[in-house]
Design a protein around this ligand. Structure first.
Ligand code: ATP
Ligand code: MG
Length: 560
């Protein structure tokens, strides 16, 4: 392709709302264009990249034995009522009525639709296992769309669903998908980790997320420094612990005027936050509960959700109505159920609120306090790895994929049965598997850029090679050489872009660097005088001349 035939939509400045580098560079390189909050158009250069990512995903999904389908974005409410999600799914589900007043939604995911298809067409155990995938637009009315296509409202997902006779068969396909995802992310050249993920009510090790490591990631992932253990912080489970220390201090009430936070109290009393207890009050459908954690630990909301269902932190009013003093809540005489985190429950001689304004207690111990114990907290760097091997290291990750064993959640609700071997109806067991196709592009850029722009891995670069021809429109010699080389490259099947614009060399170089095209050849009168072209790789500052007559062989060897 020639640049004069292509929309080169590069720009110098990134918009103010572009906080992360991938968002800035995708706009600056002219890959995407914002239409409204969380809605982006893909411009021609962006579509080339998107197609490449999709092609890799399709190839690997086909290899896994999954079949491609294409389901509608618009889904009737009845399906969601059948699965129970019409009520459960929050405002991320965009609902609307058609002209007849019938309820519909824009699909944020397609379990309901695929299960309906399975119900219609998969009748016998002999057809199982069977797996389907699609590459398609999803809509989620995200509360905070941000980071460009990383968290947008409309995005492209590869979603896949598998149907099985039993758990064993599901596990086999799940393992194949796990490997398929590794193959895909390897081909995309990403530095990623599969990690254990929360699987909500289904439990077990039934879910893995694939995270691209990047500081801009919204997720926190934990690894052991000595084993293969890796999990989303939501999922790192800690066992109950036995206390080894014995209480020795005398409990005392101390004046801690206006010191309400753990950091203020611990500094004022010269004790480490890990020797303090903080008490949070939450509201659940079963009423108020007090949760006690070590001062240096944070509540893990997913764990709390799995234990208590929907909950929120109590308001100041609520706390007052319970007769408690915000900032000075302790562990004794709370009048509501107290749940203590395992690591808080083994503390001795600690500090906590005195249930009295401006007072804390020191030398507190758990005797004479009624409570239950639970795993409530987030992991912190240096925690023992839950598999007993090594210490946890914590990093940021961008979730690009998620595989999940659904069990019979949808098949039961929607009657996806088959006739089993014995002639009786059997409810199918399901798995689902997603990749954020558009998020993958942003994640790739987060890992591959420099101060000049994107450095695309060869596998998804919009072009493999750019030929920059200086004075193309003035020098007939340069034009002829450039056209010939371009033609040779095209015939050799190289994805080549010929920059034939009437632009200064600096602008052409800057554009191709911003766009991250892996290989560049420069043709000019000076190089032509020596019978050469100049070559430079995007990921290497070194430039050198190559004989014009060997230019094609040379570039073929580089592209491999
Ligand atoms: P997140 O926790 O980031 O919201 P999710 O758990 O809601 O993700 P899934 O429902 O598992 O995501 O969807 C499968 C994949 O779709 C995710 O792994 C992610 O790559 C992608 N994805 C999800 N939400 C978005 C979004 N708003 N914009 C772009 N990609 C998304
Ligand atoms: Mg989400």
């Amino acid at each position: 392709m020639k640049t004069t035939q292509l929309l080169i939509a590069t720009q110098k400045e990134a918009p103010n709302d572009a906080q992360v580098i991938s968002h800035q560079l995708m706009i600056r390189a002219g890959l995407i264009s914002k239409l409204a909050s969380g809605l982006y158009s893909y411009l021609p250069m962006g579509v080339r990249i998107l197609k490449k990512v999709e092609a890799i995903i399709r190839e690997e999904m086909d290899k896994s034995g999954s079949q491609e389908v294409l389901m509608p974005v618009t889904q009737p409410a009845e399906l969601w009522q059948e699965s129970g999600r019409w009520e459960q799914y929050g405002p991320e589900l965009l609902r609307f009525k058609d002209r007849h007043g019938r309820d519909f939604c824009m699909g944020p995911t397609h379990e309901e639709v695929i299960t309906t298809i399975a119900t219609q067409y998969i009748r016998s155990y002999k057809q199982l296992p069977m797996s389907f995938y699609q590459v398609q637009t999803k809509f989620r009315d995200e509360i905070r769309p941000r980071f460009g296509v990383m968290r947008s409202r409309e995005f492209i997902m590869k979603d896949a669903y598998s149907f099985h006779l039993d758990q064993e068969s599901l596990q086999q396909t799940y393992d194949i998908m796990h490997q398929t995802y590794c193959n895909i992310f390897d081909r995309l050249g990403l530095d990623y980790r599969p990690v254990l993920a929360d699987s909500g009510s289904i439990g077990g090790d039934a879910s893995h997320e694939f995270h691209v490591l990047a500081d801009s990631g919204e997720d926190t992932i934990c690894f052991s420094d000595q084993s293969s253990y890796a999990a989303n912080i939501e999922k790192v489970a800690f066992p109950k612990q036995e206390s080894s220390a014995t209480p020795s201090a005398q409990q005392e009430s101390v004046l801690t005027k206006k010191k309400t936070s753990i950091s203020e109290v611990s500094e004022f009393l010269s004790v480490d936050p890990s020797s303090c207890i903080k008490t949070l009050i939450i509201v659940t459908s079963a009423g108020f509960k007090a949760l006690a954690l070590r001062g240096d630990h944070e509540l893990n909301e997913i764990k709390a959700h799995n234990l208590f269902g929907e909950f929120e932190l109590a308001s100041d009013e609520d706390i007052k109505s319970l007769g408690l003093k915000k900032g000075f809540i302790g562990i004794k005489q709370l009048g509501i159920e107290l749940v203590v985190d395992y690591s808080a429950s083994i503390l001795c001689d600690f500090v906590c609120g005195a249930n009295e304004w401006d007072h804390h207690l020191t030398g507190v111990n758990w005797q004479d306090t009624e409570f239950t114990q639970a795993d409530l907290r987030n992991a912190v760097e240096g925690d023992d790895s839950p598999d007993g091997k090594g210490k946890l290291v914590i990093k940021r990750g961008i979730e690009v994929g998620h595989i999940f064993q659904l069990g019979t959640k949808y098949s039961k609700a929607m009657n996806a049965n088959v006739i089993g071997e014995s002639g009786k109806a059997v409810t199918t067991t399901m798995g689902c598997y997603g990749i954020g196709v558009t998020r993958v592009i942003a994640a790739t850029i987060e890992q591959n850029y420099d101060d000049r722009g994107i450095i695309f891995p060869e596998s998804i670069a919009p072009f493999q090679l750019v030929i920059v021809s200086i004075n193309y429109n003035k020098s007939t010699r340069v034009k002829a050489l450039a056209d010939d080389l371009y033609q040779l490259c095209l015939e050799a099947g190289i994805e080549v872009l010929l920059d034939d614009r009437k632009e200064r060399a600096g602008i052409m170089f800057a554009d191709s660097e911003l766009l991250g095209i892996p290989h560049r050849m420069v043709l000019s009168d000076t190089h032509a005088d020596n019978g050469n072209v100049e070559y430079k790789a995007r990921n290497n500052p070194e430039k050198f001349e190559v004989s014009y007559s060997e230019a094609l062989t040379f570039i073929q060897s580089k592209i491999g």
